[in-house]
Design a protein around this ligand. Structure first.
Ligand code: AR6
Length: 181
């Protein structure tokens, strides 16, 4: 697995290439939809490996709230059979829906805030919105890394924030964005 690591505040920001469902971290972030129906992309991979309990817990969250998530909101479930203890589900923006940059930033920051509220030390993100939701990769990399570095530089208990990129193209986009931060 290719990796690159940089220190920000008290924590480290890491880029890795690979499958996020394989990571042993406190939480992995799911690039979900507002209904938490995990039927495709990384969401499907998470449920496939973590088990139906993740979909069941997600359904219970939606029923208890009585409404879908807003774009950029985040909620947490257990990690089921995953090596990660928890899954933080956030709904990123669909490219073309308007105000996408701010919504993507919010998805990242609300996930990090939820990780802190649950006293987690390590959290791994996929490239939210850059798959089925078609957010341009370079632009997403810049927004996500900027948000994560700002959070790490502030008051946080997080020690490791990882971006786990599935393919070389995504890894290279994040590696390039990292040099501009
Ligand atoms: N590990 C890491 N990254 C992955 C993995 C994996 N196992 N699998 C895919 N990716 P997407 P979105 C990357 O489409 O664009 C779902 O149906 C992928 O290459 O999963 O936010 C949800 O339920 C891409 O770079 O999420 C929503 O309906 C990134 O993860 C919708 O798709 C995100 O791609 C969300 O679309």
């Amino acid at each position: 697995m290719t990796a690159t690591v940089r220190k920000f505040g008290h924590g480290t920001l890491e880029l890795r290439r690979g499958d996020i469902t394989a990571l042993t971290v406190d939480a992995i972030v799911n690039a979900a939809n507002i209904h938490l129906q995990h039927g495709g992309g990384v969401a499907w991979a998470i449920v496939l490996k973590g088990g139906g309990i993740i979909q069941e817990e997600s359904d219970r969250i939606i029923i208890a709230r009585g409404r879908p998530l807003e774009t950029g909101e985040a909620v947490i479930t257990s990690g089921g059979k995953l090596p990660a203890k928890f899954v933080i589900h956030t709904a990123g923006p669909i490219w073309g829906d308007g105000d996408e940059d701010a919504k993507l930033r919010r998805a990242c920051l609300s996930s990090l805030k939820l990780a802190d509220e649950n006293k987690l030390k390590s959290v791994a993100f996929p490239a939210i919105s850059t798959g089925i939701y078609r957010f341009p990769l370079d632009r997403a990399a810049h927004i996500l890394l900027t948000a994560a570095t700002e959070h790490l530089a502030g008051k946080t208990g997080l020690e490791r924030v990882i971006f786990c990129l599935f393919d070389e193209k995504a890894f290279n986009a994040f590696a390039s964005a990292m040099t501009e931060i």
